[in-house]
Design a protein around this ligand. Sequence first.
Ligand code: SME
Length: 306
Amino acid sequence: MMYDSLLSCRVEGWWIVLIKMKDNQAIIQSIQLAAAGAMDDKSLMAETVALLQRERSHYNWVGIYLLEKDILVLGPFVGKPTPHTRIPLNQGICGAAASTGQTLILDDVHADPRYLACSLETRSEIIVPIIRDGQVLGEIDIDSDIPAAFREEDRSLLEHVAEILAPKLSSEVTGLQPVLVTAGILTKGDRVLICQRHHSDAYGMQWEFPGGKVEDNEELKESLRRELAEELSIEAAVGDEVFRLRHRYPDRNVEVVFFLVPSYRGTIVNRVFEAVEWAPRARLPQYEFLEADRELVCRMARGEIA
Ligand code: SME
């Protein structure tokens, strides 16, 4: 566990360790970092709820509900299991917060007739909607065993966290189907083949791995073979899937499936890119890769993949 600082002192022969929790700004920075590096929205949400509970002792139950049509469906959470894993929009405090798009703070949960009990110990609750483009995607829900536990500083922290999460929630939540893409990892000794997008293409001059969009009814490996022939003029043997990620760009969601390409026939000819390079693995993070590829690039540079 990482804390901002640990102080210790000795009182009457006993060592006392004082743990200083992160302040709001430090929590926000940690979640921003997690958002930049997370493999997918589920792991980001799981990391977020765990971090919030760890850093705030009055957050006894922390969970994220995601709106699916008109039902709030419980996603990652920490704390005791709750019977309320699916809450219709017209029920509970959760439903009220999602319907209005407003943060709700209940100093005394038992004073509100809408309250659905998650645990007998709960005394107060805060619910913060996660909103993107005016649309409620879900909400952060926190229960405390302490009465009136939530103050302005909790509201501002959690509203900021909701803003960080909003652009990261994936297509299942937004209804936008991801574009399925395959990519190939070709290696030569310690080097990896990387391609720079043509300056006239979207995200021009950024680096990526060769591959492309899977066509309707096309099998994934077959699609990659076709792309490698079109882009690099090679006849590739496509091996195992090594990595899969989802990423949301402002205009679209992509799901990228990476395959090893252990061998190929022919000579590599650059047919579509600005440049093609065999880059030393350890230097990969120095290239400006497409946002979606950055997590994989870091892992490859650390020798964790391929
Ligand atoms: N108390 C919420 C239900 C969720 S559980 O607390 C986890 C409500 O009244 O909607």
